[in-house]
Design a protein around this ligand. Sequence first.
Ligand code: URA
Ligand code: CA
Length: 441
Amino acid sequence: MRATDIIAKKRDGIELLDSEIEWLIKAYTADEIPDYQMSAWLMAVFFRGMTDQETAALTMAMAKSGEMVDLSLVPGIKVDKHSTGGVADTTTLILAPLVAAAGVPVAKMSGRGLGFTGGTIDKLEAIPGFKSTLERHEFIDNLKKYSIAVTGQSAAIAPADGKLYALRDVTATIESIPLIASSIMSKKIASGADKIVLDVKVGSGAFMKNKADAITLAETMVRIGQLVGRETVAVLTSMEEPLGAAIGNSLEVKEAIEVLSGRGEPALKEVCLVLASQMLVLGGKALTPEAARGQLNALIDSKQALAKFGEFISAQGGEVGIVSNTANLPQARYALEVTSSCQGYVKTINAAQIGYAAMRLGAGREYKGQAIDLAAGVILKCRIGQYISKNQPLATIYSNDDSRLEQAALVVKQAVSIDSQTVARPPLILGLVAKNGFVID
Ligand code: URA
Ligand code: CA
C-alpha cells in the first residue's frame, strides 16, 4: 500500500477499507510515513469526515498500536468513565470510590493537567504519599482486592493517538468529530474497559461549545462502542460555569471528600450521581438509573463511599488521615478574597478564564512537565443566577507565591459578569445518548 493512494482516496470522498486504515496507522506509528503525508490525510478527513465503519477501524487501529490492557482476570464488568474536560471537574475523584463501593470495579488510567484544565493524577498527588504510577500487576491486584485502582496513563497506551494528537494540534485538525471520537475511544478500549460512560461537556468552558456538536460527538462515540463491542453511554452535561467550587489540586481533593460526605457543590454532586448511576446500570449492579441513584445515596449516607476513598488512598500509599482531617492536605501560605465591585445577578462565569487564573496561581502548567503548586487554586463563591451585593466575595484564591495573587484576582474578577436583570440558571444535564442513539432532553 502507498500513503499517497490512501490520501487521494480520502480526498475524493471514497470510503477507506479497514485494512487501509490499519496499514496507515501502523506505518505512521513505526515512523514509516512522514508527518507531511499524515497531515494531508488528517486534513482530508477533516473535510470529508469518516463513516462509522472507518471511525471504528481508526479507533481499533490506534488502540492496538500499543499495549492492550487485559483485565479479564478481574471479576465483574469493568466500567470506565471519561470526561471531555472542563474546569472544577472533580468527578473522577468522587465517582471512582462511589462506584467501587457499589461493587463495580473501577480501573482508571488518568492524565495530568495542561493549560486551563486539571488532571486527576495531579489532584491525587496532592495527597501526601500517594503513588500515582502502579505497575500493571499492582494495578490488577488492587482492582481485585478493592475494586478500585487509578494510575497514570503510560506512553504504552495507544501511542498512535499520542503521535497523531500532537500532529493535529499543529495542523488545525483537532476539531474533527471522527478524530476526536476515535482518539477518546481508543484510549478507553486500550485501557481495558468492558463498558464506557462518557461525560460530554457542553458550553463556553468546554471543547464542544454547542449542544448540536456535542450530540454528534456523543452519538459517534456511542456507535463506535457498539461496532467494537464495548457498550457506551454518553451524558451531555453543562460547562457554562465551573462545575464544582474548587479549582486546584489539593482544593479539589477536599471538595471530593465534601461530596462523598454528602455535602459539597450540588451541581458537582448531581453530575456525579447521574454518571455513577449509568455506570452501575452498565456494570450490572442496578436495573435502572433511578434504582442506582437510591443505592448511591445510601452509600454516601452510610459513609461507605467515603470509607472506600480512604481504602483506595491507603492501598496506593497515601496518607488516609486526610479523609477525616483535610488540614493534612497541602495548604497555601497566601490567600486573597476577590470581591465584587458592583451588585446584581451573576450572568456568566467564564470557566476557561477561571481555569487560567488557577493555572497562573500555580495549580496548572503552561507547558508539559512544568512543576505545579499543589495547594494553589481558586474557591469560587458564586454561581450563575446568584444575587451578589457590592463587595461580596466572588472567590478566594490561594497560592504559595504571593506575587501571583494580584494578577490572578483580576482575571477571576473579569471572568464573572454581573447584570442588573435576573438570570436563569442554565440546565445542568442536557441529555443522554445510549445505544439506540436516543437523546432525552
Ligand atoms: N480529547 C482527546 O483525548 N482527544 C481528542 O482528540 C480531543 C479531546
Ligand atoms: Ca480530565
